[in-house]
Design a protein. Structure first.
Length: 418
């Protein structure tokens, strides 16, 4: 009864908030996970009861799922055969890797995106399946869906385009809710639009226009033949050049919501750039999808950033930036690269010299170490974290890190060999 009363109290408070896509259900459907994102102001007494109920629900979910924690990493994500792809004309490219931690299993992708049943938790699309067997991989419009799913997040790794989208997990409470599908389809169509334009080719790329078209394609794909609801943040870094002689690398960092693009210069131990988070209010970011007023053409922000060879570009979900401060991200990346380049990292294949390991494997290791650090804070109920700091600024008594899907793509800028 106490849990029910608290949910009703939260539901009444939630009705006073301005429109947000997190308001995806009536009070009768409202779960504490949805309310957690919608509620801006609570009294201290309500907050204490809230934390107690939240912890109880999290324990129930963990028990039901056997406390399964899902992690994976790699240097490439699913894409069509290379013969079907267009490549950027720029002389620069990313050596990239990714690492993922899912706080819970993603919903399986529904038909028509998969054509046969799968025994895995999220189809061998898949989120944590290293198999390259494409028979079970999801498709849209007859084409393999680019990227990879991580809980409700999605990431993409390619030579000139890296992305991290954060699907809104509250949609899991709805029968037709599927944030993982939305985050993955947005990434797929976004990459497809960038490829069609050859990442700008001889002209300036327009990632915001690419994202707008991707958004329209995703709405269409999730409307017919069945309707699927969801919302997602979006962030990407498109690597191009300044078209000068000699050319210099440039990234176009695009953001909508609270995922983040960050550019580091490891040799100088310096953060060159980071995108700015976008919020409606605390814990309610701008997002694309069902019931959301946000659109790329109105709300996405793109920055043109001049970078240098060997700079590291990170695309991260808020599972990282809610748990690690900027200086911790920088220090973690610099330390990881130092260990790797000095041969202090155990090699996956025995007998290989450090020099024989690729740059992309180094970036995968960098991403893995970032995920590991963010996960440690997320699981610590007494840790200090950026999320806790933001909550305190809003008058909320929240301690520790924030358990969430954690997704990192790390790409190092390199010059193509001629």
């Amino acid at each position: 009864m106490q849990t029910v009363r608290l949910r009703l109290q939260i539901g009444l408070l939630q009705q006073r908030q301005s429109t947000c896509a997190y308001r995806l259900a009536s009070t009768s459907y409202l779960s504490i996970f949805q309310a957690r994102h919608c509620l801006r102001h609570r009294s201290n007494s309500t907050q204490r009861r809230w934390q107690s109920v939240q912890a109880q629900s999290q324990n129930e979910i963990a028990d039901a799922e056997g406390n399964v924690q899902l992690e994976s990493s790699g240097t490439s994500t699913p894409a069509p055969d290379t013969s079907q792809k267009k490549y950027a004309k720029t002389p620069f490219y990313f050596e990239a890797g990714y690492a993922l931690f899912a706080k819970r299993r993603s919903r399986p992708f529904p038909p028509p995106f998969v054509s046969m049943p799968s025994g895995s938790f999220s189809d061998p699309l898949s989120t944590h399946d290293r198999s390259r067997d494409r028979r079970g991989q999801p498709t849209v419009n007859g084409e393999i869906i680019r990227g990879i799913t991580n809980g409700d997040d999605a990431v993409l790794v390619s030579e000139n385009f890296i992305c991290a989208n954060d699907g809104v997990g509250a949609w899991a409470q709805k029968e037709k809710g599927h944030a993982a599908l939305w985050s993955r389809l947005i990434i797929h169509f976004w990459a497809l639009e960038a490829e069609k334009d050859e990442y700008g080719g001889d002209h300036e790329p327009n990632p915001v226009a690419y994202l707008q078209r991707a958004f329209e394609s995703t709405k269409q794909a999730t409307s017919h033949p069945s309707e699927w609801y969801g919302t997602t943040t979006a962030s990407s870094a498109l690597l191009s050049d300044d078209h000068k002689n000699p050319p210099h690398p440039v990234i176009y960092a695009t953001q909508l919501g609270d995922s983040q693009i960050m550019v580091l210069r490891p040799r100088d131990r310096e953060i060159i750039y980071k995108s700015k988070e976008q919020w409606h209010w605390f814990d309610c970011p701008r997002q694309l999808g069902t019931n959301s007023p946000d659109t790329p053409e109105k709300n996405a922000v793109m920055d043109r950033v001049e970078i240098e060879e060997d700079d590291v570009v990170l695309a991260m979900s808020d599972g990282v930036i809610d748990n690690l401060w900027d200086h911790e991200v920088l220090q973690n990346v610099v330390d990881s690269m130092h260990r790797w380049e000095n041969g202090e990292v155990p090699l996956e294949n025995e007998g290989r010299e450090p020099a024989e390991q690729s740059y992309s494997e180094e970036m995968m290791y960098v991403a893995e170490e970032l995920v590991k650090a963010a996960k440690a804070i997320a699981q610590d109920p007494f840790a200090e974290s950026p999320y806790m700091e933001k909550a305190i600024e809003e008058g909320l008594s929240i301690e520790g890190g924030k358990m969430d899907d954690i997704s990192v793509v790390a790409g190092q800028c390199k010059r193509r060999k001629t």
